[in-house]
Every structure is written in structure tokens, then in C-alpha cells.
Ligand binder design. Sequence first.
Ligand SMILES: Cc1ncc(COP(=O)(O)O)c(C=O)c1O
Length: 386
Amino acid sequence: MIDLHERLDELEADGLRRRTRLVDGPQGPHVLLDGRPVLLLCSNNYLGLADHPRVREAAADAALRLGVGAGASRLVSGTMTVHRELEDRLAAFKGAGAALLFGSGYLANLGVVAALARAGDVVFSDALNHASIIDGCRLSRAEVQVYRHCDTEHLAWLIAQAGDRGALIVTDTVFSMDGDIAPLAEIVELARRHRLRVAVDEAHATGALGPGGRGAVAAAGLTGEIDVIVGTLGKALGSYGAFAACERATAEYLLNAARTFVYSTAPPVPAVAAAGAALTLLEERPELVDRLAAAAAALRAALAREGCDVGNGSTQIVPLIVGDAGTAVRTCELALERGVFAQAIRPPTVPAGSSRLRLAAMATHTPEELDTAACTLAEALCAVAS
Ligand SMILES: Cc1ncc(COP(=O)(O)O)c(C=O)c1O
């Protein structure tokens, strides 16, 4: 039996113990964190919609009219109209025949991957895919071949080795801890050539990239070319939950085979209504996506001016890689003391030796705030290094 205290002590000694911090008030660009006002630079509330008045109102109104809980899995107590309406809108938004809601992005990836592959199949998974995809692979019991990050030559080689057992290629589109974008066109081309399915996770691309925030698949001109697109409602759309967008027949299959859909209560009504309101806002104000891109570019430029290596990504997620877990934690604490909250990300979320501050720009950050934050972060990095 694991000695839990001993295990916690080990994590502490390795600089890997995690704790949550207390936020007082909504998730805006500024928060009161453990009682201290700070600039929030690590939230996935990219468009600032989590506390938008219309999003709040939609949640409150839905709760008053329809209640809160969905009661059961939809296969048991039925699909409520709010769920169906949002699915139809999300399908149209992603240019897909259908969409199926899941309780969260974690549950969506778990359910989708495990439904699309089974024992005897081979799944090809990018080395930096999100934990929920990794766990979906495990649940599928398929053989998993992990290809080097974004390396389509390695992927092609693994596909050739697998012969006719290849079933599925799965990848984040925007990688959650690195902010770079998967080579989607090459992946689709390989999948077509070898008759494989492709599932992608647009958790950090939905609402953030592509025309009107339709995602990295749309940005790459690949709408209609991907078997299943997972998107989340808890990040740019400011609510909670997730969806899989796909052909109608695939959705029908997932409804039967995705265990996290079948055996889990449908998402709560206010969260679904809130996501619907966020989607309406996004449709009405596509400039929010441009504003996010501008904030991302401003943050990257300000950090580069301060001499920080921000890699060659272009999205709103900017990794400041420091290497060692302890260094990442100390840098985070120092930046916090100076009013900037950028969470340290350590193994197992990222590979050993690549601990980092994972920065996330928001459409609601001003260029001045991002300039000051870059300066603060550079000072903190410098102080910890010396
Ligand atoms: C790439 C990616 N996929 C899936 C998830 C899980 O989404 P959710 O937070 O809705 O469970 C996350 C989030 O944290 C993520 O970063």
C-alpha cells in the first residue's frame, strides 16, 4: 500500500508537490490571489467570457427556467432541449454534420479515443498530447505508438511498421503547454493514404484561432477532413464541458460507444446555456479573436525585447522554459510577489527538464499590462538565475 505522507514528502523534496491558490472574485485579467491583487497570466479564459454579463445572465436564466442538473446520462433520462440546441450550433460552427456534448474535455478525449480504437489496433499519438488523450489511449487497450512531437516523418515510419493494424492518429491541434500547432495538413494526408482515422483536440484552438475562432482545423482549410474534432467549452468559451464534432454517423456511434458519454451525467444546464451565450458573443464579435491574437503577439514581442526565449510559436500560449522544477517554482513565486501570476508547470505535465512558466494571453489584457508583465517575468528569471 502506498504511504501517502511519504509520497507527498517525496513530491515536496523533488519540487513537484502541487497546491491550489485561492481566487477571490471572478476569473478576469486581474484577480485577488490569496488576498493579493495580481495580473492573471495563466488562465484559459482567453476571450474573457467567463464572467461576461451576457454569459452570466444566460446561465442564471437557464437555471431559473430549467434547473441545474441534467439528472442522468442522456441515454437514461433524455436529452434536454438546451443540450440539443447547443450541439446543433456547435456542429454548424465547426462545419460538421453533428456534435455530441461531453462533461469535460478530459471526458471527451477519453471517450472518443477509446471508442475509435480497440485491442489489436494501433493508435499513433503525438509525444506532447494532453493527458486526457494519453488516458484515452490507455482505456482503448490498443497498442500506442508515440511519435516525436510534430514529426510527421517519424509518424509515417510508425504507420508503415504497424501495417494494417493502424487505426487512429490523435493529436492536440494547439499544444497546451507549448502553444505550437500540429502539422495538420500532413497528418490528414498520411491518414488518407493509409486509411486511418484522425481525431484532434481543439481545446486551445476553439474560440482562439481560425476564422471567427473556428479553430486550427478551419485555419488550415481542413474543415470536413477530420473524423472527430474535440473542442472544449471551459476555455475560450468561458463555461464548462466539451463536445465532439463529426459526421452524423460517427456521433451516433460515439453516443453508443464512448463510455464517458454513456456512463456519465450530461453537462449541467447553466453551463450549457452559458456556452451558448459565449458562442453567440463570438459570432457577433469575431474581433475578440483578433484581439486575442494581438495580445499574444504583444506578449511574445515584449518577452523577446526582454531577452526571453519564447520559441517560434504564434498562439496565445507562451512557454517560458526554465528546465528545473525548483527553478520554475521559485520564478513563479518571485513574479507573484511582483504582481504577476504565471503558474509553474512541472513534470508529469511536461517532460522532465522542461519545467516552465506557461503564460496565456487574454483578449482582455492591455498591451501596457503585457509589457509590464514581461518586464516582471524577465526580472524574476534573472533574480532566480543569479
Ligand atoms: C489540450 C487539452 N485537452 C483537454 C483538456 C481537458 O479539458 P477540460 O478542462 O474541459 O477537462 C485540456 C485542459 O485542461 C487541454 O489542455
